[in-house]
Structure formats: C-alpha cells, structure tokens
Design a protein around this ligand. Structure first.
Ligand SMILES: Nc1ncnc2c1ncn2[C@@H]1O[C@H](COP(=O)(O)OP(=O)(O)OP(=O)(O)O)[C@@H](O)[C@H]1O
Length: 268
C-alpha cells in the first residue's frame, strides 16, 4: 500500500471556493414533479477535500450536476468564487466512475489529455508541459503512447485524473471515481487523490458510496438524507495527516467517525 508522504496543502485562512445556497432541484412538472434536492446549503473552502455521502438514489449525482453547471437548479444557487454557476465553469473539471466512457479509445493517452487543452486554446508547448506534469503526477509517464484499451481499469482512471489535472482546475468534482476498480487499486487511487490534492492545491468534491473511503479522504464529510435530499450533518474529520491505509484505518477516531456516518445514512 502506498503511504501518502505529502502534507495536504490546505490554506490556513479558509477561503470559500464553492457556496451552495438553498439549492433545490425538481425533475418533471405537474403531477410528475419529483423534488430531489430540497434546500441544500453548505460551503467548500479552497484546497479542501469534501466527501459527499448519502443513501442510494438520494440525489448525489443531481447535486454534482448542479455544481458542475450541467443542470440548472429549480431554485437556490451554487457559486464558484462568488459567481453563480450557470454553465460548466472553466475552473472546474469532472471525473466520473465510467472511465471507459470518458476516455476516447481511438486516441493515445497523451492525445486524450491534450485534446481538451487544444479546444481551450492552450499553446502546443504548454499542452506538452501540462500533459507531462499530469502524467508524472499519476505515475503514467511511460504509458503516454498507449491506447486506453491497452491499460488496466485503474490505469485508465489515472489517465482520466491526469486529464482533469492538466486542465488546471480550481475545483475537481469526482462522482464515485473509484467504484469500478478492485479493492487494492482503489486504495492506491485514494492515496493518489490525496497526493494530487496536495501537489496541485486543488479543491475536491468527491461523491462516494464507501463510508471508509469518505472518512479516509475527507477534511469534512457532508452526509445527505433522502426523499427529498437535505444536508443531514456535516462532519469534520480531524484525523492526522498524512493519512495511511493501515495506520489511519486502525485509529479509534476513524472507527468512531465511520460509525457515526453509517448511523446517519442508515436513518435514510
Ligand atoms: N433526469 C432525470 N429525470 C427524472 N428523475 C431523475 C433524473 N435524474 C435522476 N432522477 C431521479 O432523481 C433521484 C436522485 O438521483 P441521483 O442519481 O441524483 O441520486 P444518487 O444519490 O446519485 O444515486 P446513487 O446513489 O444510486 O448513485 C432518483 O430518484 C432518480 O431516479
């Protein structure tokens, strides 16, 4: 198991990166209307790692879509650096669970990463530099000329993370990014997520079904309730850094936190 060696790069003075204010989302209308999000309010500070957990079908993906500007809220708003999010912000990148659908199989690893940068108008020299740095950060520099289908699932997800990092986002939004890989790879990717957060100073909003993963990674865990989805509790995670898969998970404070999150989710 990889030990995380870098201290998290969280600013001392909390600066709000994302603000979610009374966010509501109703799908459909009239007799078909279904309110999924019901007045969600919370903040995410710059450089913070916030995990979002909640019962299945609670509305976690709906929340991320509103945060990413892919879906307009019915009322309330999400703001990035004080500005209401009304479309996909330049400063935000997304990583999904389904890496097989997000990577283009006919392009090499390198080209998968440079394409969005090219579309953004980044110069060729800078594209090359950013791609090299991002691939080094995820330990895939030697695989740059491979195609995604030549790589394992965990490696493909690392390519997706590298692509997001090369975009140099302020906020990285991850929707169950490690749900499709085996347990060992998942632990390695969790530690990678911590390292890149520290290295790039990026703010991370991370949805997961895995309570251990949420407590292990987060500075704070936002626990959502369902039907309709509201913020049930926001739990600060003051576990020692750097976190370690064996030592941290054996810490009684970790066990206590995971039990607390589990109890909250079980209430629905
Ligand atoms: N486009 C849509 N139109 C209508 N209802 C939708 C739409 N998208 C999601 N829903 C409903 O909204 C609710 C929340 O879905 P969402 O995918 O946001 O939950 P989730 O917490 O991410 O789920 P899971 O834990 O299973 O990943 C579900 O009941 C779902 O059926």
């Amino acid at each position: 198991m990889t030990e995380v060696v870098t201290e998290p790069n969280v600013p001392q003075q909390a600066e709000r990166r994302l603000t979610i204010e009374g966010l509501c989302k109703t799908y459909g209308s009239g007799s078909n209307a279904k309110t999924v999000l019901d007045g969600l309010t919370f903040d995410v500070n710059a450089g913070e790692f916030v995990c979002i957990v909640g019962p299945s079908g609670a509305g976690k993906t709906t929340l991320l879509k509103c945060l990413s500007g892919l879906l307009p809220p019915t009322s309330g708003r999400a703001c990035l650096d004080g500005e209401a999010i009304t479309g996909p912000p330049e400063k935000l990148a997304l990583v999904f669970q389904e890496y097989t659908r997000s990577l283009m199989p006919w392009l090499t690893v390198e080209k998968n990463i440079t394409l969005p940068l090219r579309n953004k108008g980044v110069s060729k020299r800078e594209r090359g530099e950013r791609t090299r740095e991002a691939l080094e950060a995820v330990s895939l520099a030697d695989s740059r000329r491979h195609y995604p289908w030549q790589l394992s699932g965990g490696m493909q997800q690392r390519v997706a993370i590298a692509r997001a990092l090369a975009y140099q986002p302020e906020v990285l939004v991850m929707d169950e990014p490690f749900a499709s890989v085996d347990a060992q790879t998942r632990f390695e990717l969790e530690d990678l997520a911590q390292r890149v957060r520290a290295q790039f100073g990026v703010t991370v909003v991370f949805v997961t079904h895995d309570i251990d993963e949420a407590v292990y990674l987060a500075d704070r865990v936002v626990v959502l309730g369902s039907s309709p989805c509201r913020v049930r509790e926001i739990i600060p995670v003051n576990l020692a850094a750097p976190r370690d898969q064996v030592r941290t998970k054996a810490d009684p404070a970790f066990t206590e936190l995971r039990s607390r999150v589990f109890e909250l989710i079980r209430k629905g």
